[in-house]
Design a protein around this ligand. Sequence first.
Ligand code: HDE
Length: 732
Amino acid sequence: MNKGERPTNVEKQNSEPATAKTEALENHREHPEGTYLTTDQGVRIADNHNSLKAGPRGPTLLEDFIFREKMTHFDHERIPERIVHARGSAAHGYFQVYESLAEYTKAKFLQDPQVQTPVFVRFSTVAGFRGSADTVRDARGFATKFYTEDGNFDLVGNNMPVFFIQDAIKFPDLVHAVKPEPHNEMPQASAAHDNFWDFISLMPESMHMVMWVLSDRALPRSYRMMEGFGVHTFRFINAAGTSRFIKFHWKPLLGMHSLVWDEAQKIAGKDPDFNRRDLWEAIEKGAYPEYELGVQIVEEADADSFDFDLLDATKIIPEELVPVRKIGKMTLNRNPDNFFAETEQAAFHPGHIVPGIDFSNDPLLQGRLFSYLDTQLIRLGGPNFAEIPINRPVAAVHNNQRDGYMRQTINKGRVNYEPNSLGGGCPMHAPEAMQGFVSHAETIDAAKVRERSESFNDHFTQATLFWNSQSAVEKEHIVQALQFELGKVEHMHIRQRMIELAANVDQEFAARVAREIGVTEFSGDLSYLSESAAPKPGSRRGAAAPGRSPALSMENTVKDSIKTRKIAILAAAGFDHSALLQIKTALQAAGAQVEIVSKHLGSIKSGDGQEVKVDKNFLTTASIMYDAVYVAGGKQSMVTLQTSGEALHFLNEAFKHCKPIGASDEGIDLLMRTNITGVELSGAASQNQVTSDKGVVTVRHQAGDSGFAQSFIDAIAQHRHWDRDKKDQVPA
Ligand code: HDE
């Protein structure tokens, strides 16, 4: 290849090491520094401001190829957004296995702990359009493309381990029901409308997933702080051909944390890009998101030993039954250069698997295997989407696929068929020993039927297990979420049916929701369901009392770090500089990000004349943008802030959303002027005595290290302090 020439796909493949995805993409990355503006044909443009006209005041001429090329390209800038998961954000990184998994799988990227496999991960919401807000109540997509030396492996998962339906044929109905209603295209990115709950009320199999979507898991604080799941049962196949069933899990190292519903709704207005921005900024700052990949492994011989069917995507394998074995770690360390070229054009497909991984017969997965390829054809405009840089494997591609829209590869020679002799028989079959893909030879001898397996009949046991496994606060949030969703439903009979369904999950759950939405009587009677949807005998195949699974409660997540949490420091002119500096330094040393929030942008002077830059004012931010708030001391600062409705609102709101609040000296006096109630504020009257009550941490007259910073850090590590019993009385 001559210098300056673009490499063809084939040339690239022959010269690249498998782990060099960065370099592979580099060939397509533009470096415009020091260049001239040109047309798409490379002709340099002398004037990009004026179209060609017949005289300065005359009509534009058709021959203006520069104008026409530019405008035509612009007119065609958009491609269809994804029908689901349209709203997403992505990042590059790498995956490394902890130790060889050769015992279980021959997948190359799971053999050698030294190998870093490049990945591209796209997180998404499901229901909203591409421009919708990030913080809506929804499941989140967690799709990972592993560029392995065996070819691309896509793990196209969600942040919830189950799904609404058991058979893919129901997917178009489900998505029609949840998307904005067709007559008026409302509501955007919300399930809280009649169509959705009408559908759900007629599909009892969705109740387990419904519980997850009502839980705080549907409101992740950050993409960096949520789990991921492959959902379906897959297979690992080792070199001897032994198959085992597996479930994939992603576990975030920062633990799982969520927003509260009121906060999530407000953020959707103040910063619709909240989760996107969070991911982007964390990576820019070098706080790389990390997730451990885990697998639950089930021997084929044990596959039928559960009281649910492994092929049923509305069921989990409780971690207490089959522990999650952590097999490696993924680190996301690079933001995309171009949203469209990478994030938007990425094409994921559960059918992109590599030798060592195979499918199960889960009918939801089987349907997906058709849908994802099909959808790329329309969305990316034809069969050559795998040649778009972000989708290209680092493994070599050689086959006789040819032509089609936007073909990039320039295939050489006359041979485009196999078998051939004119091309020396190449490209040729790869034997299994050379990692040729061979499907697991499962024996199937069955009648062709349009039927659901009886082993899929139980729709409620695991929904109840989920409910039983939640803490009191988590339960309360689930109740409030369903009250909200059904409160937006206009048809009373739909509310009623949903309560009947809820009663089959848990009577108390149903009663608590019913009270709020005007449903006065219910019995759990599901006779309104059609015969095909009605629970069949065998429902609740499991034990009568489903027990609890601690792994299902976010309460039990990791809470040992405040890394990357955002803390606001409220201050105004006259603030106590040494106290502010002390806490700021301590928070930053613990890995948190700190922003000074004041009435005006610019800078403020402390009581002893030190100047500090203000990062945000009350116009450009709000308490909902932070994980915690510290109120600086200083008489003058307090006097200014106490006359600011925004400052008081900031604190009330942070309190109501159960966020940690720290204050020293006159900062405590400011807290006393808010509506915060039910926590100890005034106790810390003597020097260096730190009071910490339900996440509100205060100290007066600090001298040296009082332990205040550490107490505040401990409170932040807890994320939220749900035990504030009087928070409902606080207006915000
Ligand atoms: Fe998807 N899904 N899905 N899905 N899905 C799509 O593919 C589909 C399902 C998931 O960031 C589409 O390229 C069917 C489960 C993610 O680009 C489409 C069924 C899970 C993403 C599609 C399901 C997912 C998609 C739309 C029922 C969790 C975004 C655009 C059988 C395991 C990937 C596209 C990205 C996207 C079909 C159910 C996850 C239409 C038919 C279950 C993360 O092909």
